[in-house]
Design a protein around this ligand. Sequence first.
Ligand code: SF4
Length: 307
Amino acid sequence: MSKGHMPKIDSMTVKQASSARLFRRTILRWYGTYGRDLPWRRTRDAWKILVSEIMLQQTQVARVIPKYEAFLSKWPTPKAFASASLGEALSAWNGLGYNRRCKHLHVAAKEIVSELGGITPVNVEILQALPGIGPYTARAVASFSANADVVLWDTNVRRIALRYFFGGEFVRSAPNDEKLHGVLDLSLPKGRSRDWHNALMDFGSAVCIGRSPLCASCPLLRTCIAAPKFLRGLSPARKLVRPQARFEGSRRQARGAVLRALAAAGTKGLRVTALRTLLRSHDAESIVNALVREGLVARRGNVISLP
Ligand code: SF4
């Protein structure tokens, strides 16, 4: 190829590529020393990883661990779980909250058995076609079970990349998301996405944390664009933090209380009127009707039970 026809190399891309290499190397080295040993990291079994991913949506690791272990000792395969009743599944889920996740997992297990020979897929498209499995979960299962070269895009990963490559202040928009995705793509170590994403998750929960990142002891301190602002106390993160909705007294808490009461009542169920004391300020009828509509509760007249 003559000199005149050489493709033009974008200097920004070269800079980002070298920055991405350093980012990757530093975080993987940090992970080698400080990475957490979690039960779902000891397996490549796609079913077990799928269960962990569904449980970890909106629930803290410490609460998930005992539930994950109990769930898989009872239902180690999709086939075993598919043959349980939804009521049994919801009873085992008790305490994790967001019970719709359990129902979706139950439907997905049935489909894995009926359509896929009982083998949990590791292909992103096939996973995403299963009920209740969104793009993030599909990619997570593909990455953690098969080391697929896919980028996981969650708040942890987004926050770290946003700070390191762009200084932390970034209005959310399609072009900005594309830039962020670009640097994450460049950073991904091919064939090692499992370690890479585990490393980012741990780094995001131990060092580059939400409100006050520990910049002073961060191994990326010297090259991170946001570090000087954090060190000077000008935390751009504070603007991004949304206050947590109150759980105490919430409708979500009331829904959980109904499902716990039904799990304790067993097959004979409970009369809706008996829930009034339990639900105090909430409208028992409206909560029960919503749970029935979502298929989480069965109703016969005034008596309700787990399906
Ligand atoms: S220096 Fe601070 S902001 Fe930058 S990656 Fe480390 S902890 Fe996060």
